[in-house]
Structures are given as C-alpha cells and as structure tokens.
Write a protein that binds this ligand. Sequence first.
Ligand code: UDX
Length: 452
Amino acid sequence: MEEKLARRRVVLVPVPAQGHISPMMQLAKTLHSKGSSITVVQTKFNYFNPSDDFTDFQFITIPESIPESDFKNLGPIQFLFKLNKECQVSFKDCLGQLLLQQSNEISCVIYDEFMYFAESAAKEFKLPSVIFSTTSATAFACRSVFDKLYTNDVLALLKEHKGQQEELVPEFYPLRYKDFPVSRFASLESIMEVYRNTVDKRTASSVIINTASCLESSSLSFLQQQQLQIPVYSIGPLHMVASTPTSLLEENKSCIEWLNKQRANSVIYISLGSIALMEINEIMEVASGLAASNQHFLWVIRPGSIPGSEWTETLSEEFSKMVSDRGYIVKWAPQKEVLAHPAVGGFWSHCGWNSTLESISEGVPMICRPFSGDQKVNARYLECVWKTGIQVEGALDRGAVERAVKRLMVDEEGEEMRKRAISLKEELRASVRSGGSLHNSLEEFVDFMRTL
Ligand code: UDX
C-alpha cells in the first residue's frame, strides 16, 4: 500500500508566517515518512529557506509583487486578503505546470485555511483539496460559526455593549464574548470577510487540525457532527511526530548554556511568538514585576516587537538594571529546546497555538497574556479547561506581573498546575504511540488519501 502513496505527490501551501510554516512543514515531514512525495508552494514574502533536512522535497516560489512593508502597514488580515488575490493566478499556473511536468500523480492539495486561493485552483483542475488548520479546533469552530453569530446579533456584543463582554457565549462554554477570535489588527467587518472566504467557499474533501482529541474532544465532535460535512482529522501536536528545523529567524543557542546553570523549575521563559507586539510601558511593567518576583527569567525580545524600536535601543537604563541580575535576553530562542529544559518551570506566553502545544507537550504551566485572534481562545482553555495556566487580564502593571509570576513559580497553586501539565504531557505522549489517537488519526488520513 505504501508504494501506491509513494508514487503520489502532495502539494502543500502554507501561510507565510512562522506560526503557520512550522506546523505545515511538520505535516509535510509526517506525510513524507508515510511515503508521499512533497511539493511546497511558497510566496517570496517570508520565504522558508529549507535546510538539508528537506532535500527530498520540491520547493516552488510563486511570483507575487507585494512589498514586504505591506505586512506592517496593512496588518496581517488585510495582508492576507491581498496575498490571496495576488496568488490566485500564479498558483493556478504553477499547479498547471506541475500537472504537465510531474511523472507522478498529484494526490491532493493541502492548503492552510487562510490560503483559500489554493482551493479554487485545485477545483479547476479537479484535484482534491484538504484544509489544514494550524490553530485549535475550538478556534476553528468559532470561525465556522462567526458569520451566523454576527448576523444574528450574538457577536454584535463584541462591538456595542462592552459591559457584556464578560458573559459566556451560549454553546461555547467556557468562552466569553471577549475571548472570541477577533483580531486587534482589523475591524470586525474585515475579519468577517476573511472568515467568509475561508468558510463559505469550502469544497475541500477533509480538514486536518493540528490538535489532539485529549485536548479538544468536544470542539472536535461539534465540528464533525454539527458543523462540517466532511471528515475531520485531529493530527497533532505535529511537532511531537516530526521534529524538524523550521525557524525563519536565527536561534540564539547561548541561552541553553545559561539555562544549564539554573536550578530545576526555577526559570520563567517569556516569549510572544512571531507577530505579537509589546509597548515600551508594558515591557517596563513586566521587567519591574519580574525583578520584584525574585525569579530567574529568559526573555525573547524579537526585533521589531516593540513599536517604534528596532530592538531594545529605546528602553532606558532602568530596564537594563532591572533585568541584569536574574534575566537573560535573546532575540530569538530555540523554543522547543528551551521548554524541554529542566530549568524551565513556567512560560509567559501570548498563547499562540504552537507555543501552547509546545508548552503542554513539555508539561510546562503558563502565564497567559493573549495578544490577538485565536490566542484569546487558547488562553481561556489553558486557564479554565486544562487548568495549566493563569491569565493576566486588563492593564499590565508590575503588581499583577509579580503576583502572577509568584503564583506560578512559588506558590502551591503553581505546583498543582505543573502536576496537571505533566499529566497532560503524558497523555499526549501516549497519543503519539502506536494505537494512540494521533497515531490512529494519521493512519486514517493516510488511508483516506489513498481513496482520493
Ligand atoms: C500565529 C498566531 O499568532 C497563532 O495564534 C496561530 O495559532 C499561529 O500563527 P505566532 O503568533 O507566531 O503564530 O505564535 P505561535 O503559534 O506560538 O508560533 C510561534 C512559533 O515560533 C512557535 O513554534 C515557537 O516555537 C517559535 N519560536 C518563538 C521560536 O522558535 N523561538 C522564539 O524565540 C519564539
């Protein structure tokens, strides 16, 4: 059977952003290990430069003429719009060429749900398409019903009655209105337009979600039984089945040497992923709260993540004083290695889905400070469903930072969260082994691909 798959090529289309490229490349590696040939179609924006790990893969760059600066100027949502428009024709041409050139058959096109231009091209060539969601099943479910809820005035609360934002959204327990995945980069109307494009025009044959059934069984059942008429495969966390270098930025490995000198569970790791921003005043409050907590910390300050600064040059002397004693600062860390390090006892995170999965799979409890979109859903689940996180809400002041860090790193409450995180980690590890849910879901998807 594997031979049949070996002759067939899968074309993958990732969103050009770190949090989307990594899981797509992990999926590609996983399918390759099951015998598929792989073609990755990329944009020139945020081009992923493959290492020797990917020599068996074909990488194709499709032309688009969007200036790099548009990402910052338009924001991610409008940028996605533009990208989808720009890539429509070039992807169709590319797929046409591939069909002419390939001696082996194309079995399907797997595209990131936000690269919806890929679906219409696949349809035109009568190729099966598969949606890949790099966010949680719960966030995917929210997006699927967003238009309906908005049209029925349920989500109008997000805009008009600010006081009611604390209330629970019916049928989405424990999400509150304010946890719904709206972006701070765009208006509700623009977000809806993207969601309409990703949801309404679906003709795909199935959906893969980078999640595990032990984390989101009710959202997965909701999608499978009520929302989608196509099979849903929960194949995640993918980084646990395919560890492969996918970083767009250079990782500073010196932080591992620094961690080697610290006591077990004594360090809090702080990182906001690849897109979230932090204003100078917030940085100062976090630094001050960390200093007052007396804990050691490893802090990723990504270049460009402080509005108006290249890196940390606009931060004052006071900042350097506050972090010099117990802190270590890098521009970009080998995050999975950091979270696996015995010295790391907590993770201050923006709760991007990859960071969430990486933290859970290493049994590291979190302080949740979501920035935008699906991160709010993840933070709520970390705090109220898995109970392995503390969410810091409202204005960020040093007192709140100090309290949260002490609750997680010093108090009994943090120890309890750590125990729960470790038991979730064990569940995830079991799901990867033969007979486990991830393992079974992957096998089912491979069987499904054979029928396409
Ligand atoms: C974005 C969205 O924000 C996120 O919510 C969505 O689910 C995916 O796309 P991002 O904000 O970058 O992603 O966050 P996240 O999903 O956590 O992905 C960041 C990735 O960068 C992680 O895989 C993490 O390991 C990696 N990383 C981050 C590093 O390798 N080094 C770092 O220093 C920081």
